[in-house]
Design a protein around this ligand. Structure first.
Ligand code: ADP
Ligand code: MG
Length: 699
């Protein structure tokens, strides 16, 4: 056993009581856990800045200057002490809201001070609120302290003396003990390629940096390590899965596919669709399980790709199923598949929770007896009693709503895995997608069908409502249809529903007078009502649909040309983009109207501007990722793998790309990591990452 695996209890200064708390509060169990418990920030007191150098408001600054003026302004809660502080390059204000009387007596005019804190800027003026402040004697030679680590701690740990400072003392002890036992975990070619400093030196400088430059180098090294070993795991898993998971070999394209392609397909496929079909056909014919993610912006034409894949399955004598996240979507898929399946002589059924028991039983029986070729459904498809005769292909729409374990359930009873195609309309940058969906291969439709007109997007305030109503009238008079969407936010559910209802009544009053009909759709309605309201709108029996975001994914009403989003500032960016994707599906010029109050945060402004500026889903998601971070954008998917300690998949995209390429090369040349030059990597990998390898589990 390595010294690094010693229980934390046995570190000098810890003992059983503190050890128990380190276990529960910070998941620190052994020496190595503590060694890799890095500071979450640093206080840099190694450098003194000039006021004119303050250009960044996210970091702390240390300044030396003179107090020019001291005054107390405001009254009551707004009462504050304002100190004018200058150096030879400029002036800042120091503001204190507390301890005013005491400070008024102790801060001396014309005296030199060293201050340390984080600046703010307001109306062009720089200020510091409650900085650290200490006087300097003129002759005093400044003994500046170096860069201090700051560690996360908790109330319970603080109670036993383990605040940031306390933890730092433990780490100092630790370092002196284990420094010489830290092994290198990268190959010399990688170390040379990036001029990394040694792992030993990096640990030392992560905790007690001697200067900023070496700190940055250490951070970069550990970020690389983290991303490199993550990528290594992903590549290994993928290869293991491909080798293990044998599947049906669909080696022919036959009658059903050809009949559809040559006789029923109304349009020419885009080049992007053709490329993706080729990738899918390769997978289906390989004899190994396809596990492919199909990304494509809203309206890029994923459905037809899914349909053609299912026809190949049928041509090879297999059944397929389509899983959708909601009943409405399942219904829509069912309807659009039925349109051609009747001509093709294919049996398609819909299986959802709302069916009568009798109907369900009959579908389940037909599935088992191979009397159904394609079944479309919701979660009802993964009930235990649903068994297929020979399920060959599973299509999962909008996969983020289905967990990995749910997917696995579909084929856990089969000895041979069916092929899987997952479709998503949240396009994300390539390297990130390949990391987040590391267990899947990856196809992208990066081109919209021709003649698709971008949706004209405008931002309006509530005061412009009259203008918008008259615009809606114009569109309705041209026989178009209109969506009006309201946000629903958990905390204020009742209020939100009231807004929705009011909106519905309002639309009925205003537009009903002129003979237009209004539908309403929200999550609290029962399924029958939802489906009938939706179908009224689909058949143009109603011209306006007032709804919550239940229309967000996949709903297809080509005649709708206007999307009005109420309180657009309350929606996330990808949600706005999805909503906008409900229009622009037909031949008509379409419009998206973002309605907001005039109180907007900076983030809302960024989102609204992005929507107005671009229709490109990839650009939208890049901005979204920057605003919210990948965890929120991708959901909790693979949260274990993406639980990165140091690096960010967004900010460290450059390192991520390098790490990915390096890992790919190594896996290609030396899958087992058996070559002597990969020895360091091998040892670390099998020790730390082997439990993440999917030796046995299903993708
Ligand atoms: P999404 O990728 O959002 O699921 P759909 O598959 O619903 O997109 O396609 C949107 C619309 O574009 C549908 O009406 C579909 O028939 C049409 N479409 C798909 N591919 C093409 C194409 N190559 N040329 C013209 N129209 C297409
Ligand atoms: Mg779709």
């Amino acid at each position: 056993m390595s010294v690094l695996e010693t229980k934390i209890e046995f570190l000098k200064g810890v003992g059983p009581k503190r050890a128990a708390l380190l276990n529960t509060e910070l998941s620190i169990f052994n020496f190595y856990d503590l060694l890799t418990f890095f500071p979450f920030r640093y206080i840099d007191r190694s450098k003194v800045y000039k006021i004119s150098q303050i250009k960044n408001f996210d970091i702390d600054f240390q300044l030396i200057g003179t107090v020019e003026r001291i005054s107390v302004i405001g009254t009551g809660r707004k009462k504050r002490l304002v100190v004018e502080f200058t150096d030879e390059t400029g002036k800042v204000e120091i503001i204190f809201f507390k301890g005013i009387n005491w400070l008024l007596n102790s801060i001396k005019k014309n005296q030199k001070y060293l201050i340390f804190g984080r600046p703010n800027i307001y109306g062009g003026k720089i200020s510091f609120a409650h900085p650290e402040m200490e006087p300097i004697k003129n002759s005093e030679l400044l003994k500046l302290s170096p860069i201090h680590p700051v560690y996360h701690s908790t109330e319970k740990l603080k109670n036993v003396g383990l605040n940031s400072k306390g933890i730092s003392i433990l780490i100092k002890n630790l370092l002196s003990k284990v420094e010489n036992f830290v092994n290198e975990n990268l190959s010399s070619s990688i170390i040379n390629k990036y001029s990394f400093i040694s792992r030993q030196l990096s640990f030392k400088n992560m905790h007690f940096p001697s200067n900023n430059e070496i700190l940055l180098k250490s951070i970069n090294r550990f970020k690389y390590e983290e991303l490199f070993f993550l990528q290594l795991t992903l590549f290994k898993n993928k290869i293991i899965r491909k080798k293990r998971n044998k599947s049906f070999k669909f080696n022919k394209v036959g009658k059903f596919f050809n009949d559809f392609y040559f006789n029923h397909l109304q349009f020419e496929l885009t080049n992007a669709q053709k490329k993706v079909m080729k990738e899918i056909r390769n997978d289906l014919g390989s004899g190994f399980q396809m596990n492919r993610l199909l990304q494509g912006d809203v309206g890029s034409g994923k459905t037809v790709v899914a349909v053609m894949s299912m026809l190949i399955s049928k041509d090879n004598g297999f059944q397929s199923c389509v899983m959708a996240p909601t009943e409405i979507l399942a219904n829509q898929h069912f309807e659009s598949i039925k349109e051609f399946s009747d001509k093709l002589n294919i049996n398609v059924e819909l299986l959802t929770g709302k069916l009568s028991t009798r109907k369900k039983t009959s579908i389940v029986t037909s599935l088992k007896n191979n009397q159904i070729d394609i079944v479309v459904g919701t979660h009802a498809l993964i009930q235990d009693n649903v068994k297929f005769f020979n399920l060959g292909l599973v299509i999962i729409d909008e996969q983020h709503k289905f967990g990995v374990s749910q997917r696995a359930k579909l084929w856990s009873n089969n000895m041979i895995f069916p092929h899987v195609l997952v479709m998503t309309a949240t396009p994300i940058p390539r390297t990130l997608a390949m990391t987040a969906y590391g267990d899947l291969d990856f196809s992208v439709i990066d081109q919209l069908p021709p003649n698709r007109k971008p949706v004209n997007t405008k931002h309006f305030y509530f005061k412009d409502l009259k203008k918008i109503y008259s615009f809606i009238f114009d569109e309705l008079n041209q026989n178009r249809q209109v969506y009006v969407v309201y946000p629903l936010i958990e905390e204020s559910k009742t209020l939100d529903y009231k807004n929705l209802m009011d909106g519905y009544e309002n639309m009925k009053t205003i537009f009903g007078k002129k003979g237009f009909q209004v539908s309403m759709l929200h999550g609290k309605m029962n399924n029958d009502d939802k489906l009938s309201e939706m179908s009224n709108f689909l058949l143009n029996k109603t011209q306006i649909l007032v709804s919550t975001t239940v229309v967000e994914v996949g709903v297809n009403v080509p005649n709708a040309s206007v999307m009005v989003i109420q309180n657009a500032e309350k929606f996330g960016l990808s949600q706005l983009h999805q909503l906008r994707g409900r229009v622009g599906r037909g031949v008509n010029k379409s419009h998206c109207i973002l309605l907001t109050s005039n109180k907007l945060t900076n983030d809302s402004k960024t989102r609204l501007k992005a929507m107005v500026d671009t229709n490109d889903g990839f650009k939208i998601s890049e901005i979204d990722l920057k605003l919210r971070g990948p965890g929120d954008v991708l959901g909790t998917r693979q949260s274990g793998l993406l639980n990165l300690k140091l690096s960010s998949l967004i900010k460290d995209n450059g390192i991520l790309k390098n790490a990915r390429l390096d890992a790919q090369k190594i896996i290609k040349e030396d899958f087992e990591l058996a070559h002597s030059h990969n020895r360091n990597i091998n040892q670390f990998f099998y020790k730390k990452y082997s439990k993440m390898l999917k030796w046995s589990s299903v993708s």
